[in-house]
Design a protein around this ligand. Structure first.
Ligand code: PHE
Length: 366
């Protein structure tokens, strides 16, 4: 009895053809949709045969879920048909869209950061490079090594004898005041100092070895000088010393012309003008033809066409006497100039403090 009632109720529900929710008559569209979408998702992307079979099963004209629902709609009371029709359209559209998406093939992987590849080469470390003063020093060392010179160095903290006395600058000599010396207080007044030039290394080399001598001496020097565009209390010099038989002023002039041209990379004329240094006799200041205007005169060379580079001369016999070299048998020349100064000229750098400020924009530009 109750069985009959139950089945009768179910039967009557179906035959009444009432559409509720997404069910059209006896067809449960919600359940069919869930089943269809799961089946589509389980199909290999791009598997046309399997997807066509699913389309026939759910949307085909004759026996599909959609076809049965369409038939069922006809049995509904007219007032219920529009809503049931819309539910069926929505079902059909959704299944078709899912089928078409699956037919389009594999879904491309989402674009994101590439996977970490531990075997890939790195970008490398950003490497630093040598300071422009060091580059300049090395370039000049190369030039002089090519001419047979050896590179030697000496201490930056010097004693009075090497820095002054042996260089023919006795106590009270005005050249001491001119050099604006920075003394180091180690008890004895005015005995130990920061070297004011690289010339004391001339003395040290001549004490330590016998001629022939061909050396260049790069190094840092100190003066109690106020910083301005071209002067700094600390800077670098390069000293040269040649001692051999029959060295003449002509050898000195030729050497200067040769290294100036080699350093600037093209023939550059140089000029010697009479000057005075206690440790050379005769003495000269040497200048190079202005590399900015080729000697025509410009702002950099103060419209003279020449740029002062340094001092030079033939080694004074008193210096030879101080180190025990016989000036009757040997003669020599010496010269010295500022490394920053020639770097400023070659690269157009100004003011001199640019070399010491450690501004990365300057450092990385050279
Ligand atoms: N030592 C001198 C200076 O610093 C330069 C110089 C070196 C001059 C060698 C003559 C010979 O000004």
């Amino acid at each position: 009895m109750s069985d009959t009632t139950t089945s009768g109720a179910a039967t009557s529900g179906a035959t009444d053809g009432v559409a509720t929710g997404a069910s059209v008559a006896t067809v449960d569209l919600d359940a069919a949709r869930a089943e269809a979408l799961a089946a589509i998702a389980a199909t290999a992307p791009g598997d046309a045969d399997a997807l066509d079979a699913l389309e026939r099963r759910y949307l085909g004209r004759r026996t599909s879920v959609a076809a049965r629902a369409k038939e069922a709609i006809k049995d509904l009371p007219p007032a219920a048909r529009p809503e049931a029709g819309r539910a069926l359209s929505a079902f059909t559209a959704e299944i078709r869209a899912a089928l078409d998406a699956r037919r389009a093939g594999p879904v491309p992987a989402p674009v994101g950061p590439p996977p970490l590849d531990l075997t890939a080469g790195g970008h490398g470390r950003r490497r630093g490079h040598l300071h422009l003063v060091t580059q300049t020093r090395r370039a000049l060392e190369d030039v002089f090594c090519g001419m047979g010179y050896e590179v030697v160095e000496g201490p930056e903290v010097e004693d009075d004898w090497h820095n002054f006395e042996a260089l023919n600058i006795p106590p009270g000599h005005p050249a001491r005041a001119m050099q604006d010396t920075l003394y180091v207080n180690l008890g004895e007044p005015e005995q130990v100092l920061l070297r004011t030039h690289t010339s004391p290394v001339q003395v040290r080399v001549m004490q330590a070895r016998r001629p022939p001598i061909y050396v260049v001496v790069p190094g840092r020097v100190y003066r109690n000088e106020t910083l301005d565009a071209r002067h700094s209390p600390v800077f670098h010099q390069l000293e040269g010393l040649a001692v051999d038989r029959h060295i003449t002023f002509g050898d000195l002039a030729g050497t200067i012309e040769a290294f100036v041209s080699a350093f600037f990379g093209r023939p550059v004329r140089s000029r010697l003008a009479p000057s005075y240094f206690p440790f050379t006799e005769p003495s000269a200041e040497f200048a190079a033809e202005c590399v900015f205007c080729d000697g025509a005169g410009c702002r950099v060379c103060s419209h003279t066409g020449w740029i002062e580079l340094g001092g030079c001369g033939l080694v004074d016999p008193n210096v030879f006497a101080a180190v025990g070299i016989d000036p009757e048998r040997w003669s020599g020349f010496a010269f010295g100039f500022g490394l920053e100064r020639v770097a400023m000229l070659r690269h157009g750098v100004e003011p001199i403090k640019t070399f010491f400020e450690n501004d990365l924009r300057f450092l990385s530009a050279y």
